[in-house]
Design a protein around this ligand. Structure first.
Ligand SMILES: Cc1cc2nc3c(=O)[nH]c(=O)nc-3n(C[C@H](O)[C@H](O)[C@H](O)COP(=O)(O)OP(=O)(O)OC[C@H]3O[C@@H](n4cnc5c(N)ncnc54)[C@H](O)[C@@H]3O)c2cc1C
Length: 406
C-alpha cells in the first residue's frame, strides 16, 4: 500500500497526513477551501491525550507556540460559589499541558507543518465523487481533476462527502443543545490564570478562561431544538445576547457580565453528533475524525480524538500485515474509545448525564492522557500489534470520559 489520498485538511486530515508521512507512506491532502484560514472562529481546548498524540508526530512545538496552557479547572455553582478546583493534565511537561487556542489557528499551523514536511496540501480541491475499483480508488473534484490512490481517507468532517460511500444511511443528529462562543477583551477578569472555569447555571452550562493578554474566551451551552443552517447564518451577536442574557441573569455568576461585554465576536452553532455504530470503512475508503465519530462538544474531545486517530491509523498501517488487517485493527482499537466519548458527550448535552459537577471535575482532571494503555498505543516506537491486546482489555474496563471545554 503506497499512495494515500486524504480528503479534508482540517485537524484529522493534516494529522493523518503527518502520521502517514512519518510512517513512510505517500500522502496527499485535498482540502475544499481555497486557503488555510477558513474557520468559523470558535476556540477549542486540546486535552492532554491530544497533546500526547501531537508529540508523537513531532508537532508539539508549533501548537505550544499558539494559544495558552490550561493547568486547572474550577467549577462554580449558580450563586458563583466555587465547588471544585482541580489540576488539568500533566503540568510538568509543557508538551502535554492542555492548550486553549482558536481552531483556525490550529488548522493553519497544522497545514503549514504538513507543507513544511514536503506533503502536498491541495487547496480548492472539493471532492465530489469516489470510484472505488480493484486496482485503486479515484477521487473526483469539483474542478474536474482526479487523483488515484491505494487508500482514501475521509477526513472531511461532520458534513462529510466521503461518508455516504461508506455509511449511506447515517445522518448527523442534533444532541439537544445550542452552543454559543464568544471573545471579549473588556470583561472584568474574574478567573485565575491558566484556569478554565465551568459555571453550572440554572439554565446554561457556561465556561470561560482568560488568555495571558486579558481576553476572555467563553462558551455557553443551552438546551434547544435544532437550528437550520440559515438560522445559524442569520444569528447576529445581538440576537445571541438577547437569548443568553435573561437566562444568565437568573443566577449570580460572572457569566452575564462576560456575555454583556462581548461585541461582534459572538457566534452560535448546534451540538451535533453521529450515531454510534456508524460504519467507518468500505473497500479502499476509511473515515476518521468527525467524519467517522463526531460528538457533541460537551467533553471537549473531538480534536483530541482526531489526533489520536491519526497516530493509531499510521501505526496500524505500518505494523499490521497488509491493509485489510491494518484497517480492521484500527477500527477495533478506535471504535470503543470514540463511541464512549460520543455517548458521554451526548448524554451531557441532553442533560441525561448524572455525575455531579465535582465528580465531573475530578474525572476531567484524571483525563490527562497518562492512562498507561493509551500511552503505549500512541507511543510511536512501540509495535502496535504488541500493545493491541492489552489496550483492548483496558478499553473494556475504561473509566468515564467527562465534561471538557467545548
Ligand atoms: C462549537 C464546537 C466546539 C468544539 N470544541 C472543542 C474542544 O474544545 N476540544 C476539542 O477537542 N474539540 C472541540 N470541538 C470538536 C472539533 O472542532 C472537531 O472534532 C474537529 O475539528 C474535527 O476535525 P476534523 O478534521 O475531523 O473535521 P473538520 O475540522 O470539520 O475538518 C474537515 C475539513 O474537511 C474539509 N472538507 C469538507 N468537505 C470537503 C470536500 N468535499 N472535499 C475536500 N475537503 C472537504 C473542510 O473544509 C475542513 O477543512 C468542537 C466542535 C464544535 C462544533
Amino acid at each position: 500500500m503506497a499512495r494515500v489520498l486524504v480528503i479534508g485538511g482540517g485537524i484529522a486530515g493534516t494529522a493523518t497526513a503527518l502520521a502517514l508521512h512519518k510512517a513512510g507512506f505517500d500522502a496527499t491532502v485535498y482540502e475544499a477551501h481555497p486557503d488555510s484560514a477558513a474557520d468559523i472562529g470558535a476556540f477549542l481546548t486540546l486535552a492532554g491525550n491530544g497533546m500526547r498524540a501531537l508529540a508523537q508526530l513531532d508537532a508539539s512545538a508549533m501548537v505550544t507556540a499558539l494559544g495558552f496552557p490550561l493547568t486547572s479547572m474550577r467549577v462554580l455553582d449558580r450563586t458563583g460559589a466555587e465547588t471544585a478546583h482541580v489540576p488539568l493534565g500533566d503540568a510538568d511537561d509543557p508538551r502535554l499541558r492542555y492548550r486553549c487556542l482558536r481552531r483556525g489557528d490550529l488548522n493553519t499551523a497544522l497545514q503549514r507543518e504538513t507543507g513544511a514536511r514536503g506533503i502536498t496540501v491541495r487547496h480548492g480541491a472539493r471532492l465530489t465523487a469516489i470510484d472505488d475499483g480493484p486496482r485503486g480508488v479515484t477521487a473526483r473534484f469539483s474542478d474536474g481533476s482526479t487523483a488515484t490512490g491505494d487508500l482514501l481517507i475521509g477526513a472531511d468532517g461532520l458534513r462529510s462527502t466521503v461518508r455516504p460511500i461508506v455509511a449511506p444511511d447515517t445522518r448527523p443528529r442534533h444532541a439537544g443543545q445550542h452552543v454559543f462562543y464568544g471573545y471579549t477583551g473588556t470583561a472584568p477578569v474574574t478567573a485565575p490564570g491558566e484556569c478554565i472555569t465551568m459555571v453550572r447555571g440554572s439554565a446554561v452550562a457556561f465556561g470561560h478562561t482568560v488568555s495571558p493578554r486579558g481576553e476572555t474566551y467563553w462558551f455557553a451551552r443551552v438546551a434547544g431544538d435544532p437550528l437550520t443552517a440559515d438560522e445559524i447564518a442569520a444569528a447576529t451577536p445581538d440576537m445571541c445576547r438577547a437569548q443568553l442574557l435573561p437566562l444568565l441573569r437568573a443566577d449570580t455568576t460572572p457569566a452575564a457580565d462576560i456575555v454583556a461585554a462581548t461585541g461582534e465576536e459572538l457566534m452560535v452553532t448546534d451540538a451535533t453528533e453521529l450515531p454510534p455504530g456508524t460504519p467507518w470503512r468500505a473497500g479502499r475508503v476509511l473515515l476518521v475524525g468527525d467524519a467517522a465519530h463526531a460528538a457533541s462538544p460537551a467533553t471537549g474531545q473531538g480534536a483530541s480524538m482526531a489526533l489520536e486517530d491519526a497516530v493509531v491509523l499510521a501505526k496500524c498501517l505500518r505494523d499490521a500485515p497488509g491493509t485489510e488487517a491494518a484497517l480492521s485493527l484500527y477500527e477495533t482499537l478506535r471504535r470503543p474509545r470514540t463511541e464512549h466519548n460520543t455517548t458521554v458527550s451526548g448524554n451531557i448535552s441532553r442533560g441525561t448525564h448524572t455525575a455531579s459537577p465535582a465528580a465531573r471535575a475530578a474525572a476531567a482532571s484524571r483525563r490527562t492522557g497518562d492512562d498507561g494503555e493509551l500511552v503505549r498505543l500512541l507511543e510511536w516506537d512501540a509495535d502496535i500489534l504488541r500493545t493491541a491486546q492489552a489496550v483492548q482489555a483496558a478499553q473494556a474496563a475504561q473509566g468515564p470520559v467527562e465534561e471538557g471545554q467545548g
